[in-house]
Write a protein that binds this ligand. Structure first.
Ligand code: FE2
Ligand code: FE2
Length: 213
């Protein structure tokens, strides 16, 4: 089955069960938090623009917004990021960290400041495109739920991050056209690995038993 179809099937099962749904939300809250932390840690203050600062804070706000919905649906057990309160949390973080490391390697020969900028741009570009796809599938699965409206707001901000970073890349990297497909392929493989783990976890009797407890 294509990754898109596997995601749709998995998300359909997740939103139908409040415990799985809260774990899903907490996982994406965690990824938003990792994104926020990465931007803050990787950008040197002398090059930190209002746009990048806004991006970081919006990712932090997304982390908090998703966390609040997880708490509402799942209760106090979701107050932090304990592994059992997420769905494949380790694999989700692996996706992000390995993508960051791969982009860092591509620009290893650049001076530090330029490398930090290009890695930030490309990781953002790849992650935002994936986020739009995954949150889009999630929003559709939510139907008329009030949570869908919240995800719609978040999607609008992700779209803005994507278009901002696209114009940054156009200015900073003349080799975008040849570089992009290679990085997209790396991201695609990392994403498939995450979806494999998610589908396998959802099929595990332990996950289903915990979800119906
Ligand atoms: Fe975000
Ligand atoms: Fe974003």
């Amino acid at each position: 089955m294509l990754a898109q179809n596997r995601l749709e099937t998995a998300v359909g099962a997740i939103v139908a069960n409040s415990q799985l749904h809260a774990r899903w939300l907490n996982t994406f809250s965690y990824l938003e938090y990792v994104g926020f932390r990465k931007i803050v840690k990787s950008q040197r203050a002398e090059a930190l623009t209002a746009e990048i600062l806004t991006h970081a804070l919006e990712e932090g706000r997304h982390a908090l917004g998703l966390k609040k919905i997880a708490l509402k649906i799942g209760g106090d057990a979701f107050s932090a990021y304990a592994p059992e309160t997420m769905l494949c949390g380790d694999e989700a973080e692996d996706y992000f960290q390995k993508l960051d490391a791969a982009c860092d390697e591509v620009f290893a020969d650049r001076p530090d400041a330029l490398r930090a900028k290009l890695v930030y741009c490309y990781v953002t570009w790849l992650v935002e495109r994936r986020a739009l796809q995954v949150y889009g599938v999630y929003k559709t699965a939510l139907g008329a739920s009030p949570v869908a409206g919240r995800i719609g707001g978040l999607l609008m901000e992700e779209e803005k991050h994507l278009s901002d970073v696209e114009s940054e890349i156009a200015k900073a990297d003349p080799d975008f056209a040849t570089r992009a497909p290679k990085l997209e392929a790396i991201e695609g493989r990392l994403y498939e690995t995450f979806i494999d783990a998610l589908v396998a976890d959802l099929a595990r009797p332990k996950t289903l038993a915990a979800a119906s407890a």
